[in-house]
Design a protein. Structure first.
Length: 363
């Protein structure tokens, strides 16, 4: 049976995203149909719209989603129809070399459903962003991508766990493994950067320094737990961080922008043997020249965090419960709630730096 729904589609790089009627097939074996209740508008979706991820147009945008399981395909026992779930854009396959080594967070063959969504107007197969597609009324995903969570975590907050919040919190807790009492610098105080700050606060870091060029984002950073802020438009952030850490630099630095210049600043902001973690997604054309002797002399490590090195089946319920218990401030992360028809306006607001997250709500 074919299901009719609505979705935000972009057909060519740089074109405005538009709300269209879409058609969905019933879920196949190992798949589930989700009725989307909320979806966060992430910068990665903007990169898909602009053709900076790949060129498999047309795209069904969105990858931060929460909703209800409406139907399940053959062989699916979990989740069940009616379950409230957050969608994960990576789901361990259980068979690749990393899964077999007990490192499912590094799975090299993440499970996704077969593309089952098309445009109604000309029946073109849609490429769902990050294998999900959540700017829509309904989507089909692999069953293991739909993670049941407590209903006490509302959809607008729950959907953010599906990418941005998990990425930032996981980068602090898992990728870098921030220690109690340590010093932390976060370059970029947008949605992911503020989530790193929340993660560092959960880890009981002693000093958390936020760096940005926008005053409103530095204000947000303080609200999420930054102990100090640095306006990089007015001062050298590396020198400012050194002065805030007795000339030493921080134990952990995080780059949540995706820029070669800020990554270099994050590297040089570290203390001896400190850890720098790259989270921001760079433009494919970007390159960085690294002074090797300077890097060698400082020691430590440069790491890349994919999805916060999380295991969605373990971590999504954990973060949802942290929210319910008042330990994770997801209410503050929602700047505004909008409709599906407002997706393009949300991208414009994002580019102007006005929002941490716009969240699409679907009745």
């Amino acid at each position: 049976m074919t299901i009719s729904g609505m979705g935000v589609v972009v057909r060519k790089a740089g074109e405005p995203a538009k709300l269209e009627e879409i058609l969905l097939e019933e879920p196949g074996p190992g798949e589930v149909l989700i009725r989307i209740q909320a979806s966060g508008v992430c910068h990665t979706d903007l990169m898909y719209r602009d053709g900076k991820i790949s060129d498999e147009f047309p795209y069904l945008l969105g990858h931060e989603g929460a909703g209800i399981v409406q139907s399940v395909g053959e062989g699916v026992t979990t989740p069940a129809v009616g379950d409230y779930v957050i969608l994960a854009w990576r789901a361990p396959c259980g068979k690749c070399r990393f899964c077999q080594l007990g490192q499912p967070n590094l799975c090299s063959a993440s499970l996704n459903s077969q593309p089952r969504m098309t445009t109604k107007s000309e029946c073109k197969v849609l490429s769902p962003a990050l294998g999900i597609g959540t700017f829509c009324t309904h989507t089909v995903v692999a069953a293991s991508q739909a993670i049941p969570v407590p209903t006490e975590c509302p959809p607008s907050q729950a959907c953010l766990i599906g990418c941005g919040v998990m990425t930032g919190v996981g980068a602090a807790l898992y990728t870098a493994a921030v220690r109690r009492g340590s010093t932390v610098a976060v370059y970029g105080a947008g949605g992911v950067g503020c989530s790193v700050i929340m993660g560092a606060k959960l880890a009981r870091a002693g000093k958390i320094i936020a760096v940005d060029i926008a005053q409103n984002k530095l204000d947000w950073a303080r609200e999420f737990g930054a102990t100090d802020v640095v306006d990089a438009s007015k001062t050298d952030p590396v020198e400012a961080i050194k002065s805030l850490t007795r000339g030493n630099g921080v134990d952990y630095s995080f780059e949540a922008v995706g820029s070669p210049s800020t990554l270099l600043q994050a590297l040089w902001s570290r203390d001896l043997a400190g850890t720098c973690t790259l989270i921001g997604v760079p433009d494919p054309s970007m390159k960085m020249e690294l002074p090797m002797l300077q890097f060698f002399g400082l020691g430590g490590s440069l790491r890349v965090s994919w999805y916060g090195d999380c295991l969605p089946s373990r971590d999504f319920p954990l973060l949802a419960n942290w929210y319910i218990n008042g330990e994770l401030d997801l209410d503050r992360a929602v700047t505004r709630e909008i409709g599906l028809e407002d997706a393009e306006a949300a991208f414009e607001a994002m580019e102007r730096g006005e929002t941490l997250r716009s969240v699409i709500r679907i009745p």
